[in-house]
Design a protein around this ligand. Structure first.
Ligand code: KIV
Ligand code: ZN
Length: 386
């Protein structure tokens, strides 16, 4: 049987931290319902202590969902933990308290003004309190990738002993590299004695464009929960784009053998559109998997290959991701084969001997416009046949 990679979606918490992406409770609930249809394992719906709106969002998502776990973020302080507990309580056993505490020397010194021993004590105290309230507690060592590995291992061991069953290793500032992150996760897997009592999770930011690569490297090192957002939205340069991780695992079983996610991939495009609409964060056309151009082929050579066999230039089946049947856009780069196919589809049959002249007119049109649309092509065909 395949091992499950848990997909933890934080579009409604870290995604919303993207300036300009703040959402109302109704908008968050709309997204949460779609995330559940997509099959994510965990929905992080907000940070309840920061505002009434966030508290309400977590609580309403906890009430309305049925299968996904619902989680809220808390610092390792009592009032945050109690607020999350109350907000997720309608979800019953599906509720999770997510604790975060910075562990790196930079954060300890400048942000927390605390020693290693003080951080360790805070982490244990927070987890113990949360574990007494909620069946599932997750602990995140903020800025883990810049934390001394021996101290990180000490923290991970202590929080597992205190009752957490999911330990998250964030690359909070998008600093790490795939090989390095693989080494860090492997190090924890072999140096934390009780590590098998918890799921190791990762949470990567995209400051150097490495979030997805780092998450995939971590999976190969044994991480079994990946956190991220739909469309990769989030703080600064954003988070791991979950649709990319899911499709990489799905499309490369040779790299991720024996592993699967529970994601219904056909819901990905719809989910991406809903998130873009609710958050106001448009999806770049060239975005992998869900961008409008992800399965759009421009050059004549590529279009010709696609018309002969889609696998020449497509490594994923667009319909499996939720795209409808795709059409090849006609541009000045298109070749004869693609133009002829579109003419046939539009119901025009240009005699073979007229095709060179037609193709020349097509190229002239392409030089003047970004696309040669069906109407233009039809007008050109009508005048040639007149
Ligand atoms: O980036 C980060 O470290 C976080 C934590 C709350 C997991 O968002
Ligand atoms: Zn984050």
């Amino acid at each position: 049987m395949k091992k499950h990679i848990h997909i933890f979606d934080t579009t409604l918490r870290d995604g919303e931290q993207c300036p300009g992406a703040a959402m109302t409770v109704e908008q968050k609930v709309r997204i949460a319902m779609q995330l559940e249809a997509l099959g994510v394992d965990v929905i992080e719906a907000g940070f309840p202590v920061i505002s009434d709106g966030d508290f309400q969002a977590v609580r309403t998502v906890a009430e309305r969902t049925e299968s996904s776990r619902v989680c809220g973020l808390a610092r390792c302080v009592e009032k945050d933990i109690l607020a999350v507990h109350e907000a997720v309580s309608p979800a019953g056993d599906r509720g999770r308290i997510h604790l975060v505490l910075a562990t790196s020397p930079i954060h300890r010194q400048y942000k927390m003004n605390k020693s290693r021993a003080e951080i360790l004590a805070m982490a244990v105290k927070g987890v113990s309190l949360a574990a007494g309230l909620c069946r599932e507690v997750q602990f995140s060592a903020e800025d883990a990738s810049r934390t001394e590995p021996d101290f990180l291992a000490e923290v991970v061991e202590a929080v597992i002993d205190a009752g957490t069953s999911i330990v998250n290793i964030p690359d909070t500032v998008g600093y790490t590299m795939p090989d390095e992150f693989h080494r860090l996760i492997s190090y924890l897997k072999s140096n934390v004695p009780n590590v098998d009592r918890a799921v190791i999770s990762v949470h990567c930011h995209d400051d150097m464009g490495m979030a997805v690569a780092n998450s995939l490297a971590a999976i190969r090192a044994g991480a079994r929960q990946v956190e991220g957002t739909i469309n990769g939205i989030g703080e600064r340069a954003g988070n791991t784009a979950l649709e990319e991780v899911v499709m990489a695992v799905h499309s490369r079983p040779d790299f991720f053998s024996g592993l699967e996610t529970g994601i219904r991939t056909r819901e990905l495009v719809k989910t991406s559109r809903i998130v873009a609409e609710m958050s106001g964060m448009a999806v770049p056309r060239s975005k992998a998997v869900v961008g409008a151009n992800a399965f759009s082929h421009g050059s004549g050579i590529h279009q010709d290959g696609i018309l002969k066999n889609r696998s020449t230039y497509e490594i994923m089946d667009p319909e499996e991701i939720g795209w409808g049947p795709t059409e090849l856009p006609l541009t000045k780069h298109s070749g004869r084969h693609a133009v002829k196919m579109r003419l046939d589809a539009l119901g025009f049959s240009i005699p073979e001997e007229d095709m060179p002249r037609f193709f020349e007119l097509f190229k002239q049109r392409g030089d003047r416009c970004k696309f040669v649309y069906d109407d233009d092509l039809s007008d050109m065909a009508r005048s040639m046949l007149a």
